[in-house]
Design a protein around this ligand. Structure first.
Ligand code: UDP
Ligand code: MG
Length: 329
């Protein structure tokens, strides 16, 4: 028995009643042109409009449409995660429901996938219909993230991407609560490639990412993939330490030049203050290192992801694998 579709499309939905019919039509058109089997897994992320009713109606008409209905709004990244958890295709594509990501691009992604890439992400060459504030902050955000994170997260890339089943399973094994999916996919590895596209303006409605959500999203990205903020302390501590040692000679010289009244009796106080601050920051840095390690352990990511096993008989492979190529959820 094999009723697994070849492709799974995942669309998170939050108050998108005006986009659903269009989304369905465009996806059908594109996916039917592949001549292969597919499913559309939608996740209704606690919409307060008629989104769920519309999705349910579509699903009753067309059995390829599936709906995961959240009990409340859990947020975009969680909705995408749930959608992926529910897919069964050999490859899955995550796409926004507002049609900012043109479904026609999926065909190009599939081509790359067939050429042997396990992740095909879409890079926004241009974005239409966004405020200059969003454009600027997004641009800055991706560049800062790129510099300070330990994994290479491609620039100007959203969650619009195709992932092979192996990647979807690996992502599914990462159960951290603060999820920055585009970073997590980079962390997983495998053969990845990008294709460029022009991001359209929203078809209907407005963005569900107000500034508040954007800031917390950025925090998830930084804390999830970088210890840089914790590492800054050691540099500041070092600078203060050097200043503490230099304070006495520098002020002595200044006194010779400016007269003995300069800074009165405060030299030792200043030197002591610098010294103490330097010590404190150093121990804060050390604490930070412990916190970082506790964080690493509690996040409980798989230690490694295996892409292929060569020369083993099935029984020989280690039993401790959290994710192996053949693992089924
Ligand atoms: N979305 C969601 N839950 C949320 C916010 C957004 O499922 O809490 C969905 C939304 O319906 C859309 C996608 O995530 O399909 C991207 O959201 P949006 O278009 O508002 O983000 P933007 O494109 O403005 O960054
Ligand atoms: Mg959008």
């Amino acid at each position: 028995m094999n009723d697994r579709p070849r492709y799974s499309i995942v669309a998170p939905i939050y108050n998108e009643e005006g986009n659903i019919q269009n989304l369905y039509d465009r996806i059908c058109q594109v996916m039917d042109s592949t001549g292969e089997t597919w499913e559309l897994v939608t996740v209704n992320d606690g919409s307060r409009d008629r989104s769920f009713e519309l999705l349910e109606a579509l699903s009753k008409k067309d059995s390829r449409i599936k709906v995961v209905n959240f009990a409340r709004n859990f947020g975009h990244q969680i909705a995408v995660t749930a959608g992926l958890d529910y897919t069964s295709g050999e490859a899955a594509v995550v796409i926004d429901a507002d049609l900012q990501d043109p479904p026609e691009m999926i065909l190009e992604m599939i081509e790359r996938w067939k050429a042997g890439y396990q992740v095909v992400y879409a890079v926004r060459e241009q974005r239409k219909g966004e405020s200059w504030f969003k454009l600027m902050t997004a641009k800055m955000f991706y560049r800062v993230i790129y510099r300070i994170t330990d994994v290479d997260i491609p620039l100007d890339t959203g969650d619009f991407r195709l992932m092979d089943r192996k990647v979807v399973d690996a992502l599914g094994a990462m159960r951290e609560h603060n999820r920055f999916i585009r970073g997590m996919t980079s962390w997983i590895g495998f053969k990845q490639t990008g294709i460029t596209y022009v991001r359209e303006a929203r078809e209907w409605g407005e963005t569900k990412y107000p500034l508040r959500k954007m800031v917390s999203f950025a925090m998830d990205a930084v804390t999830g993939f970088s210890y840089f903020p914790l590492q800054i302390m050691i540099y500041v501590s070092f600078i203060l330490g050097v200043l503490a040692v230099l304070a006495i000679p520098i002020i002595s010289v200044l006194r010779i030049i400016l007269g003995s009244g300069f800074l009165g009796g405060q030299v030792t106080t200043i030197a002591l203050l610098l010294m103490l601050s330097s010590f404190q920051l150093f121990f804060l840095f050390l604490m930070g290192q412990y916190v970082a390690r506790i964080y690493d352990e509690t996040r409980n990511r798989p230690l490694y992801i295996v892409a292929t096993e060569v020369g083993f008989k099935r029984e020989e492979s280690p039993k401790t694998h959290e994710v192996t190529p053949e693992t089924e959820k």
